[in-house]
Design a protein around this ligand. Sequence first.
Ligand SMILES: C[S@@+](CC[C@H](N)C(=O)[O-])C[C@H]1O[C@@H](n2cnc3c(N)ncnc32)[C@H](O)[C@@H]1O
Length: 219
Amino acid sequence: MSFGLSRGRTLITTGFGLDQSDLPPFENGRIDPRDFFDHPEHRLEIEIGTGKGTFLVKQAPLRADINYLGIEKTAEFYRYSADRMRRRSLVNVKILRADATEFIRYWCADAVAAVIHLYFSDPWPKKRHHKRRVIQDRSLQELHRILAPAGEIRLVTDHPDLWAWYEDHAKRNAHLFERQAFDRPESADEGEIVGTNFERKYRREGRPFYAMTLVKRGT
Ligand SMILES: C[S@@+](CC[C@H](N)C(=O)[O-])C[C@H]1O[C@@H](n2cnc3c(N)ncnc32)[C@H](O)[C@@H]1O
């Protein structure tokens, strides 16, 4: 299925996009995604499910001291986002085409990320599909592992049932994460929470938004 994002243009990912198939076999051991960047010593933030890449395109130029890794599983969105980064000559962003849950579980080294952003994640409303939601007890353990001490997961959704799921998971995993209020990123425009494409679309529809931050406990 095509979303028609390229509008006839050739989307170029060179220098900005990485594909899961280019990663070394996970049997070789975990990798440190900070090494994807020119300045691996900078703090790393990861966005899961970047969609068209709007959050990263707005946020990254404001924080040259932070490296941003977007992980997007849909090839067309991955190509579109990487091409947007390239056209803006952003130096501190990369996009990985991968299932973020798999990358984090099988490849990603411990304690590498300061923040994980997860905005308007697919709600998978049918009960039999709930296992496809990104946030699970299992994935929270893995996210805890890849976060640095006091690292954060930042969650925003418009979907009441997914929000209830997040609240239940936060409660059940309170030994791993302390729940705190959500702070808007500096790139959000007036009246926005984060300013992603889905937020803008849902705002026009008058939907409510829900947000929380989960702060890693322990080391
Ligand atoms: C509803 S869209 C939201 C996109 C963007 N965050 C926004 O707010 O505009 C969800 C995106 O997450 C991607 N996605 C869903 N599950 C994923 C996963 N496990 N790993 C990486 N990307 C994922 C989808 O392909 C889709 O582009």
